[in-house]
Write a protein that binds this ligand. Structure first.
Ligand code: ATP
Length: 726
């Protein structure tokens, strides 16, 4: 749990407020003057009573009567104007202060690097910008001005009370200490309840964000009930914390009111005694009583501000926590500009970890010539995307350096790097605007022809043209209304429009069908010579024509060279390559088949004669899977064996009570569910598609028919699986 409230009475909030209102000192002085007028008038009114009673009513003096009435009326007019002017000053100063505070927070958030956005979830940030900012706004625009005015009011009224009757005032003051200190008894409890309530609000906002973003997966996995129960539990906690916060707040407000009642009694009794003893006139007593009522009311008002001040102070701390975060990737004090001309991109002995005690890249060295096409390949989790993100300076290396044209990226200005390099990430983000706006990103200088040219290169122009609103089609839910392939192509078109020297592609064609993928690979290859392209891909077919391929394994570059050089080397690349061979696809990618030779390379079919393998190959059917689709569910009986012809799947395990945990990622050429060929046992894990994928599947019954005629196949399979399990 973060930032649990300690003590504190809002001093840090006061200091921050002062910093933000300081530039408006002219308006602040005006406000102070207006308050003086208002307070003086409020204090003078009870005194006028003393004169009315003692000098006008009792002696029946009309002249004094009219003078007092005239003074009160003229003062009242001044008072109204002073009030209006004071309200304007506070609204203006408070509004400006909160505007600058909000902007500072927004700018600060924009400067943050990836770790910040991994630490704070959307609900955390949204709550601090909305609920917490509103609390602070209320404090600055209403509470502080009120506090200032009422404090002056109390001071002036108290001085007058002393002047009227010091003994009675002293007696009253002793009781007032009760009023001031009583709320402190519950202040700590109120603060803790307030922090808990806000944290719960934050976590509920995160839950709403999750159900909005993951609605498809939730329906698909039939998780509505589990999430509803979780939400009910959160709402219940909101209720409980809200109740204890409100009870603590109301106790804080009631204690001073109770103390005020005791004070009233004291004053009446002691005041009565002074009148009986002729130490006080009736006029003095009436004026004293009226003034005392005003002071008492002001004191009560002040104590009633306490819950609001506590609430705002907690909010100040929560916003302050964000403002204290330092970006892990910072711009140099005097940054250099990357030249427009392309330079060699290098990684020199780069070591990097997402956390201080982990190493996702270990002493990586690579060199990418200007205008070349380079591919990063390797198993899932080997560090390809991490290396690409360091080339885009989303992170800085822990050791070593990333350079472009000899300039260390840490010394380069962010603006020039973003113009020089553009990245298409795996998780395409689209703004909730139109398709056109998503492509142009506000750059109105780009002609219609250029925009369409980029869309054509990314194979998305004809798709957009087929939509009724064409380029004006609105994008909703950050692109969730579009298919994964459409999003990926739009992201590529957007990157091409920026015309970067260095194009960084992270699995940019993973969600596309084979023919669109081939078309985009053509476009990328045609860029060779004019643009440097670095492409992360797990599909080696896309890397065949690369000038240089870097093979990653566990954060290290273990091989590099051209496709033919790496095949000749006969190492990890060759092994990966062979795993991905032996599949045929229709151009729309809806149908696939596997060759008998390829089946023979799977451990479970090793040693089976080629004719029988051909028979087994013909039994496989094609299953295209949508992104997020669950192919195998943990606990359900399995009756299919699967080979991934194209795509990426995650293997998830859960021990029942806990959330599912990813234990592996499988991709092109991998297989799963072998045991289902022999018997129907519950699946030990869930398998879910990470990208649109194609799997080949064979049903146990189909396989059984074949093994009836050829029992040796079953015997081979039994033997292989038995060896694996031992
Ligand atoms: N933001 C992150 N925080 C912590 N660990 C991460 C983060 N991103 C990636 N990793 C871990 O770093 C390692 C390398 O991941 P990376 O994404 O670079 O691999 P990859 O080869 O690109 O794999 P894939 O093709 O599946 O994306 C993996 O173990 C991954 O779990």
């Amino acid at each position: 749990m973060r930032d649990r409230a300690g003590g504190g009475t809002g001093l840090s909030g006061l200091r921050i407020t002062f910093r933000y209102i300081k530039p408006y000192y002219g308006l602040l002085i005006l406000y102070a003057l207006c308050v003086l007028v208002e307070v003086a008038y409020a204090a003078a009114s009870p005194i006028s009573l003393k004169y009315l009673i003692d000098k006008a009513f009792l002696p029946k003096d009309w002249e004094v009567f009219w003078i007092v009435i005239a003074v009160v009326a003229i003062g009242g007019i001044f008072n109204i104007f002073a009030g209006m002017l004071g309200d304007y000053s506070t609204a203006k100063v408070g509004g400006e202060a909160i505007r600058r505070y909000r902007t500072d927070l927004f700018v600060h958030l924009q400067k943050q690097s990836m770790p910040f956005y991994q630490k704070y979830r959307i609900g955390d940030l949204a709550t601090r910008f909305s609920a917490d900012m509103s609390s602070v706004e209320r404090l600055i625009t209403s509470v502080y001005p009120f506090l200032f005015r009422e404090s002056i009011n109390v001071v002036i009224s108290l001085s007058l009370l002393f002047a009227l009757e010091w003994k009675l005032t002293l007696a009253v003051l002793a009781g007032a200490a009760l009023m001031i200190y009583s709320p402190r008894i519950v202040q700590g409890r109120a603060e803790t309840a307030n922090v808990r309530y806000k944290e719960e609000q934050e976590s509920f906002a995160n839950a709403i964000d999750e159900i909005a973003k993951g609605h498809k997966a939730i329906i698909n996995l039939h998780q509505q009930r589990r999430l509803r129960e979780r939400a009910e539990e959160q709402i219940r906690r909101l209720f409980t914390f809200g109740l204890s916060m409100r009870m603590a707040n109301s106790l804080m407000e009631r204690l001073p009111t109770t103390a005020l009642l005791v004070l009233n009694g004291t004053m009446l009794a002691f005041g009565g005694y002074l009148i009986f003893e002729d130490q006080m006139t009736i006029g003095d007593f009436t004026a004293f009583l009226t003034l005392f009522m005003a002071v008492g009311q002001a004191g009560t008002n002040l104590t009633q501000l306490l819950p609001i001040a506590i609430d705002a102070n907690v909010s100040f701390r929560r916003i302050g926590e964000l403002l204290a975060e330092k970006p892990s990737v910072e711009e140099a004090a005097n940054p250099a500009e990357l030249p427009a001309a392309a330079g060699t991109v290098r990684m020199k002995d780069v070591t990097f970890g997402y956390s201080p005690d982990s190493r996702q890249l270990k002493e990586v060295n690579l060199s990418i010539e200007p205008g070349s096409y380079v591919a990063f390949v390797g198993a899932s989790g080997s560090g390809k995307s991490t290396a690409l993100q360091l080339l885009a300076r989303f992170y800085d290396p822990a050791a070593g350096a990333v350079t472009i044209g000899g300039l260390d990226l840490r010394a380069v200005s962010e603006a020039s790097l973003r113009t020089y390099a553009s990245m298409v990430t795996q998780d395409t983000f689209l703004f909730n605007s139109t398709i056109r706006d998503n492509l142009l990103l506000g750059n109105e200088d780009i002609s219609e022809e250029r925009m369409r040219g980029a869309a054509r290169s990314a194979q998305v122009d004809s798709v957009i043209a087929a939509w009724p609103q064409g380029y004006e089609t609105p994008v909703r839910q950050e692109g969730a209304s579009l298919s994964g392939g459409e999003r990926q192509r739009l992201a590529l078109a957007r990157a091409l429009l920026r015309d970067p020297q260095l194009l960084l592609l992270d699995e940019a064609t993973a969600a596309l069908d084979p023919s669109s993928e081939a078309d985009i690979n053509d476009v990328i290859e045609r860029m060779r010579g004019s643009r440097t392209v670095v492409s992360v891909t797990h599909r080696l077919g896309s890397a065949v024509h690369a000038d240089r391929i870097y093979v990653f394994r566990q954060g290290e570059v273990i091989e590099s060279g051209s496709h033919s050089q790496l095949l000749k080397l006969g190492g990890a690349y060759r092994e990966l390559w062979e795993k991905q061979q032996g599949f045929r696809f229709s151009s729309d990618g809806l149908h696939a088949s596997v060759e008998a030779d390829r089946l023979g390379k799977l451990a479970i079919f090793a040693g089976i004669e080629p004719e029988l393998l051909a028979g087994i190959a013909s039994l496989f059917s094609t299953y295209p899977c949508r992104e997020g689709e669950t192919v195998v569910k943990q606990g359900e009986e399995g009756n299919h064996f699967y080979i991934i012809a194209r795509g990426k799947f995650e293997i998830l395990k859960s021990d029942g009570a806990e959330e599912e945990k990813r234990v592996a990622v499988l991709q092109d050429g991998d297989c799963f569910g072998e045991i289902a060929l022999l018997r129907g046992v519950p699946r030990t894990a869930t398998v879910r598609a990470l990208t649109p994928s194609i799997v080949l599947a064979i049903h146990r019954e189909e396989f059984r028919k074949l093994t009836h005629e050829h029992p040796q196949v079953l015997a081979t399979l039994e033997a292989t699986l038995a060896t694996r399990m031992n």
